[in-house]
Design a protein around this ligand. Structure first.
Ligand SMILES: C[S@@+](CC[C@H](N)C(=O)[O-])C[C@H]1O[C@@H](n2cnc3c(N)ncnc32)[C@H](O)[C@@H]1O
Length: 209
């Protein structure tokens, strides 16, 4: 099988990267934890967002080359092996959508992954692990802007994560699509959300496009 399927390499079209980047409101430091060939980082640049420090992480050593020039530091690593000595103001991501049984063993073996498993129960898909690790890497007041499957807030596999997210912050923005924004390359129905750590307003701006 190719990396496309084992690592869920479905890249974000430029129009969607721009829409997601426009949800970012903070300045300071930005992390992209599965930056692929840089589509979201180019979206951040195209949206005119002015971060002081941009960090990218990506497992595929070939794809990450596409990010050159769009981040101050790039790490060719499994995100669950990434142990930064800082927290971030913002995180933007379209993480790999992989069912629990398809998660590579080397990812599952990583220490940080095991720590997250104690909260999530061990059956969640890889997207869920990415969201939780990112939430933990945010400063108070930090924001996450993510592309996720459209079942993210309703499936039972995400329930524990959603309880955790509700306890620690608010989904301030939710964008749903009548037609998959990945068409014609993929049909996956998705939604975009922005979540802010330490915001307990519980007010969500919902948009259907
Ligand atoms: C859905 S693609 C999105 C890429 C890019 N963020 C975009 O929006 O176009 C997911 C990316 O995650 C990478 N990936 C998969 N597992 C990973 C892991 N454990 N750590 C870091 N990157 C990973 C894949 O190689 C792929 O580039």
């Amino acid at each position: 099988m190719t990396n496309k399927h084992t690592l869920a390499q479905f890249y974000t079209p430029a129009h969607l990267s721009l829409r997601l980047a426009n949800l970012l409101q903070n300045t300071g430091s930005l992390l992209e934890p599965s930056c692929g060939d840089g589509s979201l980082l180019r979206g951040v640049h195209a949206a005119g967002k002015d971060f002081e420090h941009i960090v990218g992480v990506e497992l595929d050593s070939e794809k990450i080359k596409g990010c050159f020039g769009y981040a101050d530091s790039l790490h060719n690593l499994d995100f669950f092996a990434y142990q930064p000595d800082q927290q971030f103001d913002s995180i933007i991501a379209n993480p790999p959508f992989l069912a629990n049984k398809a998660i590579p063993q080397q990812t599952k073996d990583l220490t940080q992954f095991k720590k997250l498993e104690t909260i999530l129960g061990g059956y969640a898909n890889l997207t869920v692990y990415f969201v939780l690790k990112c939430a933990k890497l945010l400063k108070e007041g930090g924001e996450m802007c993510f592309i996720v499957p459209d079942t993210f807030f309703t499936s039972t596999g995400t329930a524990k994560l959603n309880t955790w997210l509700h306890k620690h912050g608010t989904v301030t923005h939710l964008i749903r699509f009548k037609k998959s924004p990945f068409l014609p390359d993929a049909t996956q129905p998705v939604l975009l959300f922005r979540w802010v750590k330490g915001d307990f307003s519980y007010l969500t701006d919902l948009e259907v496009v």
